[in-house]
Design a binder for this molecule. Structure first.
Ligand code: HEM
Length: 162
């Protein structure tokens, strides 16, 4: 944990951290961008998974739907990573020292993989496989959102900077 503490102290003294904390409204504004990007992730993940399960957009092939929405998903995740980094820089002693933050990152990797897998397994596969993937993917995205909110309420590790 020493290295993480050293990193958080270094991050808190960077010009990026100072810029983010220069005005009280910057952090809420960054949170707004984070939340709008979450909406884009939810829309993209819903359309891909519901199409794969055969519930919506049946007049378009799965390949066409994933070609439209996977780039939206990836762009939104890039925006989330950037805004998430800025939120961490604003208060490095917070998310980095809460287990739920690291669980959230693992869940994001799983959720992206499960959503991408809808295209990778291909249209010809049994519908049950797409339905199972859709349930896993949408459950994982819901847990990511839950974990994101929980960061604010979880206890930090003992010995972590406040
Ligand atoms: C990709 C890397 C990401 C990073 C580094 C990141 C980081 C963060 C941080 C630091 C916070 C503030 C937590 C706090 O101090 O209370 C936060 C909030 C949140 N994040 Fe992320 N996040 C990422 C991606 C995502 C994704 C993909 C989702 C969901 C699709 C998500 C959902 C949320 C939610 C719901 C909140 C709470 C927002 C609020 O209450 O204002 N995050 N995130």
């Amino acid at each position: 944990m020493e290295r993480l503490i050293a990193f958080s102290i270094w991050l808190g003294n960077t010009p990026v951290a100072q810029a983010v904390n220069a005005h009280g409204w910057y952090v809420p504004a960054i949170q707004v961008v984070h939340i709008i990007a979450i909406a884009a992730v939810v829309i993209a993940a819903l359309l891909i998974n519901l199409r794969a399960a055969g519930l919506v957009e049946r007049e378009r092939t799965l390949a066409v739907v994933t070609a439209s929405w996977l780039p939206v998903l990836y762009t939104a995740i890039a925006v989330l990573a950037l805004t998430g980094f800025l939120l961490i820089a604003s208060e490095p002693g917070r998310a980095l020292f809460r287990t739920v933050f690291w669980v959230k990152l693992i869940l994001i990797a799983f959720a992206v993989a499960a959503t991408w897998a809808q295209r990778a397994v291909g249209e010809a596969r049994p519908r049950a496989l797409h339905v199972a993937l859709a349930l896993a993917s949408l459950a994982a995205w819901s847990l990511v959102i839950f974990a994101g909110r929980w960061i604010a309420y979880a206890d930090g590790w003992s010995g972590a900077p406040s």
